[in-house]
Write a protein that binds this ligand. Structure first.
Ligand SMILES: [Zn+2]
Length: 135
């Protein structure tokens, strides 16, 4: 996941990242951060070794879920891990920690995928090409 030029590893697949805000009923919000009405990012390939210099790494390129086409506000929303409704409600408390980790190519090598997730045609059950893959 690339947010504001920093690579993070999400705690779960992109389409399963849930809003961390507390609802009025004091439960954690169940809305996804990848809201159906908002446009998400897209998968790109970028060099694994961008931050590690000359180390030999298992793959040279890796798939990264890239949010750079989104507005600054939308990228902040992703980083704060909130759905669009709660991004607009700053008074709602967070019920959980955002589960981003700074991506480390050595520690997280099992999450390095040299290929983009397979793109499928719209309308099918696999409409979300990023399903199941942590970014
Ligand atoms: Zn929410």
């Amino acid at each position: 996941m690339l947010i504001l030029y920093v690579r993070y590893l999400a705690g779960r697949p992109v389409d399963e990242i849930r809003c961390i805000a507390q609802t009025r009923r004091r439960h954690r919000c169940t809305s996804p951060v990848l809201a159906p009405e908002a446009c998400g990012g897209r998968w790109i390939l970028m060099p694994v070794a961008a931050e590690v210099g000359q180390l030999a790494l298992p793959a040279e390129a890796m798939a990264v879920y890239h949010l750079a086409a989104l507005s600054y506000a939308e990228q902040l929303r992703w980083r704060s891990q909130r759905c669009p409704q709660h991004a607009a409600t700053p008074t709602a408390a967070d019920l959980a920690m955002a589960d981003w980790e700074r991506f480390d190519p050595l520690l997280h090598s099992e999450h390095i995928h040299a290929r983009l997730p397979t793109l499928r045609r719209r309308g099918g059950p696999a409409d979300h090409p990023h399903r199941g893959m942590r970014a």
